[in-house]
Design a protein around this ligand. Structure first.
Ligand SMILES: [Zn+2]
Length: 454
């Protein structure tokens, strides 16, 4: 196949977000629900609770959304409850939830579990290559990745799907993958870059930003000298923040792709358009109201908690699963001309703060501060003295002044910042100034809160 073709998958991608895909989804969903019913006691119960008569499902003539809407959303709390019901035995939990036997799994990525039970990502060969690898191929192909590229993989290797699942899935692209992992630390990342000359960087936007800061010290040059032409960033919302995008693209001299939080990738339109959903044939995308869990119809500007149902997959078999992300969608064609509706991450259900009735997501603070760089470093912490989401005003934010911002200029800068917070976010926070580098850096995910109540 030609390396010049528009899409990786010319059978599917030209038809994303068309009625033709709806027909395919319904057909695949029926098969998937039958698999759950037959093999997963946990999901059989959920289907029964939703009043789905599996014996009659082949004759269902309604929409995909109507078929799904009675099934309760499965979220972090639901997961915790199930872990408890299984006595903390995650093998038992997987055996109960998956439409395949645990014996068929070949890889389990997992969160570390530092803040509770680890969440597993159980994968079979099919999940790795036909579901996730296929999604990676579609996304990175759009970003310009081809066989001759070399990908420096810097997500934490043990980290859910971004870790070894992505390393293996990426091999399907035909490019050379160099797994360093965030665990390797920046010294290794810089040395691997020197020896293997990668053309693509994959990692969190926090890590990419940290590399910009560290490059002069570590390689004696700025990040542009690394020779990276494509940054594929995900794992946190930063890659969708316009100001941060600009900084990353300019500093590396590279194109930036925002990936993840579902089966999506951003496009190369000069203005960020959100991520194009690439997985119509792999997973059904829905939005629900985060409070009532009622479906939110997909139309331009609709906001809600994103809920996913796999229609391809074995261990990866989400059934109305929420990852806790709040999305906003655009259903009309993207000005870039590529297929797939678009979604952008607005925040997380558990990151959401309410300050006197105003909803605040840390991602919005990231965006605002980036527009003030380099007068501030961009690093910040929201100080919480009580358990969120309610915050008694003023919202306290620790902000680092930029390296070249002297302390006597802070009064003036603070005035401008407060004005920006008021116009853009409708809040008047209390700013607590920090010296550059004072806040601890993270190579995994940017820390946004200082939880003093814990
Ligand atoms: Zn686009």
């Amino acid at each position: 196949m030609s390396e010049e073709r528009l899409y990786w998958n010319m059978q599917i991608e030209p038809f994303l977000n068309t009625p033709q895909m709806k027909d395919l989804q319904l057909e695949k969903l029926k098969i998937m629900l039958k698999r759950h019913y037959a093999n997963s006691p946990f999901n059989r119960k959920r289907l029964q609770e939703a009043g789905i008569d599996i014996a009659k499902i082949d004759g269902w003539a309604g929409t995909v959304e109507d078929l799904l809407k009675g099934i309760p959303v499965y979220d972090k709390q639901g997961y915790r409850d199930h872990v408890e019901a299984c006595g903390g035995d995650l093998v038992k939990l997987m055996e109960e939830e998956l439409p395949v036997s645990v014996d068929e799994l070949v890889l389990v990525n997992s969160t570390t579990g530092t803040t509770g039970e680890p969440t597993p990502y159980p994968l079979t060969m099919k999940d790795i290559f036909d579901v996730w690898g296929e999604t990676m191929c579609r996304g990175l192909w759009r970003g310009g990745l081809r066989r001759h590229d070399r990908v420096l993989h810097c997500f934490a290797l043990s980290m859910v799907i971004a870790g070894t699942g992505t390393v293996l899935g990426l091999t399907k692209t035909g490019a050379m993958v160099i797994p360093v992992g965030a665990e390797g630390g920046t010294d290794r990342i810089f040395s691997m870059t020197k020896y293997f000359k990668p053309t693509v960087f994959m990692g969190t936007p926090s890590l990419a930003t940290y590399m910009i800061e560290k490059a002069p010290e570590k390689i004696g040059m700025d990040a542009k000298a690394l020779g990276i032409k494509l940054l594929a960033c995900g794992g946190e919302p930063g890659a969708g923040v316009p100001e941060l995008r600009k900084r990353l693209e300019e500093s590396f001299g590279a194109k930036l792709l925002d990936i993840g939080a579902g089966f999506g990738v951003s496009c190369d339109h000069p203005e960020y358009q959100g991520m194009h959903w690439l997985g119509d044939d792999l997973c059904i995308y829905e939005l629900v109201d985060p409070d009532t869990r009622e479906p939110v119809p997909l139309k331009d500007g609709a906001r809600g908690e994103a809920v996913f149902t796999n229609i391809e997959g074995d261990g990866w078999s989400w059934l109305r699963t929420s990852l806790g992300d709040i999305h906003e969608v655009s259903m009309s064609p993207c000005p870039c001309g590529k297929s797939g509706f678009r979604y952008r991450i607005v925040g997380r259900t558990d990151d959401m703060l309410k300050v006197k009735g105003v909803i605040v997501y840390p991602a919005a603070v990231t965006g605002l501060l980036e527009s003030f760089a380099p007068r501030v470093t961009g690093e910040f912490r929201i100080v919480l003295t009580e358990r969120p989401p309610m915050v008694v005003p003023p919202l306290k934010i620790k902000i680092e002044r930029g390296v070249d911002t002297p302390e006597e200029k802070l009064g003036e800068l603070e005035k401008e910042l407060l004005e920006a917070f008021h116009t853009k976010m409708k809040i008047r926070p209390k700013i607590i100034w920090q010296d550059p580098g004072e806040l601890e850096r993270s190579t995994y995910k940017g820390k946004k809160f200082e939880k003093q109540y814990e």
